[in-house]
Design a protein around this ligand. Structure first.
Ligand SMILES: *Cc1c(COP(=O)(O)O)cnc(C)c1O
Length: 367
């Protein structure tokens, strides 16, 4: 049996409705911002219960623009986690700020116990990353950030519609960043991102920054970027956004099915499930003994398992200038050596999941 990683061909098996909308858009010539982008933004904001959603070119830009709006000076610091995806740190560095890492805990999110001592007079922002579809401990992060007067910008690119105690990921900080890259919770047909905020002034500034700093056609108020949400992608985004509640429910059901099937297998450890959190399971990670062998065993059986991420970001060549060495972030290191993840998306079938569970059981069963 082949168990594929990407559900995109299934997700877009019947695109006729989208093609109809695109035909209508093409006739208007309304290709930069315009009506469909505004409609998408209104739908997105309503979905997350926030005041403003601003469509931008990518999830990376959705992180960069709110940071840029804080006007960091070279040497200003942004605290984030050592085990995040490239883009978090790429966005921080692009604004001229310096990433300061702290370790994660076994939820793969920021270890909040390390946060207060990482704050310095140069800390410009805290950027928790809601990794894997989970959500960071926002109650503690918000409390510490408020106590030090430091703004929080949430990297919620992997956790659209994740919830803790009834509040959505991305709506805790001054801004939250989302991605609609083809491998995220909702996906468009290329790159796209969204910033959310409840602050009217920041909303205005983010809109300026995404469009060359233009106040109107002829007046440039500040220096900005070309990072508009593409109108074509807004059409696709509007279509798939309606399915978001079903997508995350299906993912959570599938994760519960894996939990039941995998729990108790000697050699693997499932992450703790926090009862207050509605996890959206961008993928299904767990910690495995003899991870390399298990990974090969899955690949040989036809299961496209993945490793998120085999070489931690803080040890990548591109970040050597930060001066870190192996062992600086022991939990991140441990995860890099033992994490493995499985597809858990809304199009996974019971047969595929049974096959995955049996394959993993057979691997550990003989020992
Ligand atoms: C995908 C991702 C991003 C960036 O999103 P793009 O749309 O690919 O630019 C940022 N942070 C995290 C944690 C991500 O997973």
């Amino acid at each position: 049996m082949h168990v594929r990683y990407s559900p995109l061909p299934e997700q877009y098996a019947d695109p006729e409705e989208i093609f109809d909308e695109l035909r209508a858009l093409v006739k208007t010539g309304d290709f930069t911002l315009g009506k469909v982008v505004s409609e998408f933004e209104a739908d997105f904001a309503a979905m997350l219960g926030v005041k403003h959603a601003i469509g931008v070119g990518s999830g990376t830009d959705a992180l960069k623009i709110p940071l840029k709006a804080l006007e960091p000076e070279p040497g200003d610091e942004v605290i984030t986690t050592a085990n995040t995806f490239w883009a978090t740190v790429g966005a921080i560095c692009e604004t001229g700020a310096k990433p300061v890492f702290i370790d994660c805990d076994d939820s793969f999110c920021m270890d909040v116990n390390q946060l207060a001592s990482a704050i310095t007079p140069r800390t410009k922002a805290i950027m928790p990353v809601h990794l894997t579809g989970d959500i960071s401990d926002m109650a503690s992060i918000t409390e510490i950030a408020d106590r030090h007067g430091v703004p929080v910008i949430e990297d919620a690119c992997q956790s659209l519609y994740a919830e803790v105690d009834g509040q959505y990921a991305g709506s805790f900080g001054v801004a939250g960043a989302f991605s609609m890259h083809p491998l995220k919770i909702i996906n468009v047909w290329g790159d796209a991102g969204v910033i959310v905020t409840n602050d009217d002034e920041l909303n205005r500034k983010y809109r300026l920054l995404r469009n060359h700093g233009l106040r109107n056609r002829d007046e440039m108020e500040i220096l900005g970027y070309n990072s508009r949400l593409d109108s074509v992608q807004a059409v696709v985004g509007k279509w798939i956004l309606r399915q978001l509640p079903d997508i995350v429910n299906k993912r959570a059901q599938n994760a519960a099915y894996y939990d039941a099937g995998l729990d108790g297998i000697p050699g693997i450890r499932l992450p703790a499930r926090n009862p207050g959190v509605k996890h959206v399971y961008l993928f299904y990670p767990f910690l495995a003994e003899r991870r390399e062998e298990l990974y090969r065993h899955c690949i040989d059986a036809g299961i496209e398992a993945k490793i998120h991420y085999p070489l931690p970001l803080y040890l990548q060549d591109a970040l050597r200038f930060l001066g870190h060495k192996a062992g600086d972030f022991p939990v991140t290191d441990r995860h890099a050596n033992s994490i493995i993840s499985l597809p858990v998306d809304q199009h996974m079938t019971r047969e595929a999941m049974d096959f995955v569970i049996d394959t993993i059981k057979s691997f550990y069963g003989g020992n």
